[in-house]
Design a binder for this molecule. Structure first.
Ligand SMILES: Nc1nc2c(ncn2[C@@H]2O[C@H](COP(=O)(O)OP(=O)(O)OP(=O)(O)O)[C@@H](O)[C@H]2O)c(=O)[nH]1
Ligand SMILES: [Mg+2]
Length: 639
């Protein structure tokens, strides 16, 4: 039994806060090594291959690519660098945790101007806990507002803080080597990196990324394995191929896996089953190719195991040694997802509307998405779906919408917990970067949402950074208000910070809704007459139903309105184009904005053709009764 290391491979993950430039850097690494091949025409951010990823400009799923490196530091050999590009948005933290289970080290990217932010802390903590080697890459040195020295210092402080935080849990943590971590300065977009620090706002002094490749080869440990151990391969991710069906992405830790071989599949529930490897695939750049065998250190995909899932192990049937299951942090936000129950359900031709179809789709999502949970509700046609954050859940709904589903989606809620018999709720560390002038309004905004200020730094650039501990509940619908208050200039970042005792009532939306009181077609005439009362979400001539939210009231309470009223024909007729001109254009709410807007007694109707906000209870009389009952209950509780 000897530990052997494989010097022809490096497995590394790129981790960072959202938008710090991970995917762009991976592009540049692929470009420099000539790995693009047929994909050169695809343009920027090649790893962001999902439709939603390209549209939103963010990475949602962790993905791997294999770079065949033959540059100067390879000394004439070819070295395979498996790079995992991870998402930076906090809602997809589960993806990062899995990505880390595949690699032996990470490149920690930090934006040369923004510095370390909440997700930097999260990913770095996970990397240190897994005892992975860290290379620091200060990215975007070309930014005119770069402050490279400060950012390096802040990252060192963060490292030191984290190391002392976790050193009890990770006894073999080598704090000295952590603090001597290699630092690289780069502009990922320009494809340049150097060990020499450029001046703030300038390019690194090297023409390409060679210094980064050199650092990866030098500092990221080559995979090691036990040459006498049997096969142990860990399922760290899932993918699908139109020809082969489900693919399981494996990191092989020991032994060899061959095409056609029988292996033992150790399942989540502890049972074991023998399966045959019908297809074995190796990644090269952005494509997968069939291969005959792969061994310890390799990252490969296998096809043909239908229900295989993340965290499971493929092992030697004669000597089964399961690897630990992959655990991720608990979900903090939930919402109900059910069939479309609006009067307009089923209008879209071919839409998927039945409870069975919806449930099957949710179950399928669970297989690939470990940070999600689906629980039953009192209704047979609705489920409680729990996830890391609002965005993660909104993206699931958006994906289902595009696949042709019709749904009713409830307002996002927090997942509470009883700790020592007391109600607790999830809280988040929130970092706000705003121009100084918004300091006052921000403090007010956060106070209303029960945020507690923990720290404030004035970068003396006219901008301040404020850190709050705030209930996750207070952040539902926060983004819109924050952007309005800061006139679109502010940057807000939040990350889960565990559970705290319930903070009491939080009112997040001041204005009530304008609710259609009958079914019909919205007329410009009615809308012009009503537009002083608030703003609309629906177009004139669009169809509405009783109980549908057609706009935002300028007052606090809800108002039932007749938006279908026709002009009396005896009046002088103005041409309808005049009418349209007098009408303020309605606000078009995206799915996420609809979810943010909806109040407790409202929900969102989602169809392949669009989204509508509606009252959960469509009947105005029942709604009025519910409201007065609630009022009485509140008065009684107060009195
Ligand atoms: N100035 C400057 N901008 C850059 C550089 N690298 C990337 N960017 C820009 O930063 C933005 C984010 O880049 P991405 O590569 O998508 O960032 P990411 O870290 O992959 O983002 P997520 O995956 O969503 O976390 C894009 O608008 C890039 O054009 C750089 O070196 N300099
Ligand atoms: Mg990305």
């Amino acid at each position: 039994m000897a530990q052997v290391s494989r010097d022809d491979i490096r497995n590394v993950a790129i981790v960072a806060h959202v938008d710090h430039g991970k995917t762009t850097l991976v592009d540049a690494m692929l470009r420099q090594t000539g790995s693009f091949g047929d994909h050169a025409h695809l343009g920027e951010r090649l790893m962001d291959s999902g439709d939603l990823e390209r549209e939103k400009g963010i990475t949602i799923l962790a993905k791997n690519t294999a770079i065949a490196y033959k540059g100067a530091s390879a000394n004439g050999r070819e070295i395979t660098i498996n790079v995992i590009d991870t998402p930076g948005h906090a809602d997809f933290g589960g993806e990062v945790e899995r990505g880390l289970s595949m690699v032996d080290g990470v490149v920690l990217l930090v934006d040369a101007s923004e510095g370390p932010l909440p997700q930097t802390r999260f990913v770095l903590r996970k990397a240190l806990e897994a005892n992975l080697t860290v290379i620091l890459l200060v990215n975007k040195t070309d930014r005119p507002d770069a402050r490279i020295d400060e950012v390096v210092e802040e990252t060192h402080d963060l490292l030191l803080g984290l190391a002392s935080d976790i050193h009890e849990d990770v006894p073999d943590l080598d704090i000295d080597s952590i603090l001597e971590l290699p630092v690289i300065y780069a502009s990922g977009r320009a494809g340049r990196a150097s060990l020499n620090k450029p001046n703030d706002g300038e390019m690194p002094d090297s023409d390409d990324l060679e210094p980064l490749f050199a650092a990866i080869l030098k500092h990221i440990p080559a995979p090691t394995y036990d040459d006498a151990a049997p096969l142990q391969a860990h399922v760290t991710n899932l993918d699908a191929s139109p020809f082969l069906g489900r693919l399981a992405l494996l990191r092989i830790f020991n032994g060899t896996i061959r095409k056609g071989q029988q292996v033992a599949w150790v399942r989540q529930d502890g049972t074991t089953q023998n399966v045959k490897i019908t297809e074995l695939l190796m990644t090269k750049a952005l494509d997968r190719f069939p291969t005959e065998s792969a061994s310890a250190g390799d990252i490969v995909a296998v096809a043909g195991i239908e229900n295989i899932t993340i965290g499971e192990t493929l092992a030697d049937p004669n000597d089964i040694r399961p690897l630990p299951m992959i655990t991720v942090d608990d979900p903090a936000i939930s919402m109900t997802i059910g069939i479309n129950t609006s009067p307009m359900a089923g209008r879209v031709k071919g839409a998927k509307v039945t409870a069975r179809l919806v449930k099957d789709r949710l179950d399928r999502e669970l297989i690939g998405n470990v940070s999600l949970k689906v629980l039953p509700t009192e209704r047979p046609d609705a489920w409680e779906v729990q996830g890391r954050g609002e965005l993660a859940l909104a993206i699931l709904v958006e994906q289902m919408r595009r696949e042709g589903y019709e749904l009713t989606v409830g307002k996002p809620q927090v997942v509470t917990k009883k700790i020592d018999g007391k109600l607790h709720e999830p809280v988040e560390d929130l970092t706000l970067d705003v121009p100084e002038e918004f300091l006052g309004p921000m403090t007010q905004l956060m106070a209303a949402r029960k945020g507690r200020m923990k720290n404030m730094v004035n970068h003396s650039t006219g901008w301040v950074r404020m850190e709050f501990l705030v209930p996750s509940r207070g952040l539902i619908g926060f983004r819109t208000e924050f952007l309005t208050t800061t006139k679109g200039t502010g940057i807000a970042n939040a990350i889960s910070a565990g559970y705290e005792p319930w903070a009491g009532e939080i009112v997040t939306r001041i204005n009530g809704s304008l609710v259609a009181d009958r079914a019909g077609v919205a007329t410009p005439f009615a809308m012009i007459a009503l537009q002083e009362r608030g703003s609309f979400f629906v177009d004139p001539t669009s169809e509405v139903y009783a109980g549908m939210v057609v706009g935002e009231n300028s007052r606090a309470d809800d108002m039932d309105v007749n938006i279908t009223k026709e002009k009396k024909l005896t009046n002088m007729r103005a041409s309808s184009s005049d009418e349209f001109q007098a009408l303020t254009p309605p606000r078009k709410l995206s799915l996420e904005e609809c979810l943010e807007f909806a109040r407790e007694d409202e929900c969102v109707e989602v169809t392949p053709e669009g989204t509508r906000i509606r009252k959960v209870e469509l009947d105005a009389n029942i709604r009025a009764r519910n409201t007065s009952a609630k009022k009485r209950a509140n008065e009684n509780a107060a009195g």
